[in-house]
Design a binder for this molecule. Structure first.
Ligand code: AOF
Ligand code: ZN
Length: 354
């Protein structure tokens, strides 16, 4: 199963909106087939592994990081392919949260007389598909807020200057998180201040994340750097004359009015879920981070903390407490060095429950 998980991870940057899945077929103690899902529309992991194993798959054991599918999606059911190949046993790391599958794949195998098991290295398998699981079970993406802050917790000076608080290693690391994300979320405020593109540039990728801008009053300038690459969604709360100019750049504009003439963030995440967005990474300022936190929509914080003091400046998340008991206290998942910076992975949501 460990080998199957390593194979699954090869699809980290490409499988969206599908999950990352790996499969290893073993017979008489030897690996006779291996495969992983590369892209939606192409064969599933099991099909690649069965093709490699050929006739030898008869009587073998298949290890899969996700329950084999039982439905006709873009491709036919893997459960049927495994039955036809005559495998004797199928071991899955976890069941498929897709309501079209949800246990039916394993049930179909069992009904055909195949021995089945599930729950092997399940935590690792869930970690790999935390976004897919979130979308299947909650209808919205796994939402990760990336923060780059000074030792004194500031993300910018009061005048907005923020280049560069963290070091080059941290900035390179951020590119990996962008690349695995289905979408990036930012605010008009950040676009106006930083003119960030939010694309992956440090290494070659075959797809760029969808870029989403929370822009309640349509303040995004049509010549913003982010609009120079296709694949931008602008979420506004009120319509305005600027809309036509934004749409002329190829961007899509949606109206999602919420309270106080601000974008309804829950409605936005639901929309992204309906569009197949599994992992969403937020790179914005304190207002959007604070809004997501207060709405209970932040699942994870990825915080790069630089060993610098910048004194007065902007906070990571904009909110005010009246009592310390109200503080946000996510679980510490990991603390690791990235160059001279410290990267914290903090979670509000347990992926097993997402
Ligand atoms: C598997 N093995 O390698 C993957 C699975 O539209 P399709 O045909 O690509 O089906 C996509 C669904 O199949 C996806 O939502 C998930 O439930 C499952 N993914 N299943 O047996 C695989 N990638
Ligand atoms: Zn399948």
């Amino acid at each position: 199963m460990q080998q199957a998980l390593r194979l699954a991870a090869k699809g980290l940057y490409t499988t969206t909106p599908n999950p990352r899945v790996g499969c290893v077929i073993v017979k008489d103690g030897a690996v006779i087939g291996e495969g992983w899902h590369v892209r939606a529309g192409e064969p599933h992991a099991e099909v690649h592994a069965l093709r490699m194993a050929g006739d030898a798959a008869h009587g073998a054991t298949a290890y899969v990081t996700l329950e084999p599918c039982s439905h006709h999606g873009r491709t036919p059911p893997c459960a049927d392919a495994l039955v036809q190949a005559g495998v004797a046993r199928v071991v899955a790391a976890m069941t498929d949260p897709n309501p079209q599958v949800a246990g039916r794949g394993l049930a179909r195998l069992a009904a055909a007389g195949i021995e089945t098991a599930s729950g092997i290295l399940e935590a690792e398998a869930r970690e790999l598909n935390v976004g897919f699981i979130s979308r299947m079970l909650r209808g919205r993406p796994w939402t990760r807020i990336k923060l780059a802050a000074s030792l004194d917790g500031r993300i910018a000076l009061n005048d907005g200057q923020s280049k560069w608080i963290t070091g080059s290693a941290a900035r390179a690391d951020v590119q990996r998180w962008r690349a695995r994300s289905c979408a990036m979320l930012t605010s008009a405020e950040t676009v106006l201040a930083d003119d960030a593109r939010l694309t992956v540039r440090d290494f070659a990728v075959e797809r760029q994340p969808l870029r989403v801008v929370v822009d309640s009053r349509l303040r995004t300038p049509a010549d913003a750097a982010l609009l120079q690459t296709k694949g931008v969604l602008i979420a506004a709360a009120v319509d305005g004359p600027q809309r036509a100019a934004l749409e002329a750049t190829g961007a899509e504009v949606v109206l999602l009015p919420g309270a106080d003439a601000r974008v309804d963030l829950m409605a936005l995440l639901d929309l992204l879920g309906s569009r197949g967005i599994n992992e969403l990474t937020v790179e914005a300022g304190g207002v959007l981070a604070g809004g997501l936190l207060q709405a209970g929509l932040a699942d994870e914080l990825l915080l790069y903390q630089a060993p610098v003091l910048i004194g007065q400046g902007r906070a990571m998340a904009d909110f005010a407490l009246t009592d310390l008991v109200q503080r946000y206290a996510p679980r510490v998942i990991e603390r690791r060095s990235v160059g001279d910076d410290l990267r914290w992975t903090l979670r509000f949501t347990d992926p097993a429950q997402a």
